[in-house]
Design a protein. Structure first.
Length: 278
């Protein structure tokens, strides 16, 4: 049986993503992203499913710093529609609530409700963990913002359903493995993820990315990160539409390598159907 690691507790959005991707897998919940990646690297789990960005909150902190050092490869992606319910102990009512607990990203994605309620907030490590804490407290003054599955899991009542600010709220997850997957066949919608560091020469970044522009290769993401304690060296994370064996992508990667001191392809994997909408 495949074992899949994720950050969070049962009932979290990450657990929901794992269940959607691998319904028959054994789940391996972890307290943090680093622990989930280590579980795969050390062989305790076969795969990890990790959120990398959210349509409302943006980049998931720390993940891109951890990926280059993990030694793992991206073998897939999944887009999950994010739903949050406000939930409290059995028998609680909305007017009893004084404090709302959740992960910092969930609190940021439900600002309208929190502003309307005027409640104080408490940041927790995990959305499902916030629901568990409310159940353990047994206090009607405390509520949690958590995925719908967490209410049934912890015996809580839903006080308000679907309270996310944006009905299109979506989180993108990546699937990581110790070994790269076989690249999709040419002609299929494909994503290529990579890290690189440019050489210390004038206009290096401009020149390094020039091949993508010349070849008409669409970059869906480019982000920079400082390396270590210094302020001079930066590492860049890029996601490109296309297959490395396509001539236009191969030429772009060749030019990237010429102007870079380091290039590492993190994964070549099928594009999720969500990318093809519109």
């Amino acid at each position: 049986m495949t074992t899949v690691a994720y950050q969070g507790e049962p009932g979290s959005n990450s657990a929901t993503a794992v269940r959607a991707l691998y319904p028959d897998a054994s789940e391996y919940p972890c307290t943090g992203f680093e622990q989930a990646l280590d579980a795969v690297a050390l062989g305790d789990a076969d795969l990890a499913v990790i959120p990398v960005d959210n349509s409302a909150a943006g980049r998931v902190a720390d993940v891109h710093h951890l990926l280059p050092e993990s030694g793992l490869f991206i073998v897939g992606e999944y887009f999950l529609a994010i739903r949050f319910d406000l939930m409290g102990v059995s028998g609680a009512t909305l007017d009893q609530v004084e404090c709302v607990r959740s992960h910092v990203h969930a609190l940021g994605q439900c600002r309208k409700l929190l502003r309307e309620g005027g409640w104080r907030t408490l940041v927790c490590d995990d959305t499902a963990g916030a629901a568990r804490e409310v159940a353990e407290l047994g206090d009607a003054r405390h509520a949690a913002l958590a995925p719908p599955a967490a209410a049934g899991l912890h015996g809580l009542d839903v006080l308000r359903a679907g309270v996310e600010d944006d009905p299109e709220n979506t989180t993108r997850f990546v699937v990581l493995s110790r070994t790269p997957a076989s690249a999709p066949d040419l002609g299929q919608p494909t994503m290529t993820s990579l890290f690189f560091s440019v050489r210390n020469i004038p206009s290096a970044l401009y020149k390094a990315l020039g091949g993508f522009a010349t070849g008409g290769v669409n970059l869906t993401k480019i982000e920079s990160y400082q390396i270590g304690a210094g302020l001079n060296a930066s590492r860049f994370y890029v996601e490109a539409e296309g297959h490395p064996d396509e001539q236009r992508v191969a030429l772009a990667l060749e030019e990237l390598r010429f102007f870079s001191s380091e290039v590492r392809v993190l994964g070549v994997y099928p594009a999720h159907p969500r990318r093809l909408r519109g």
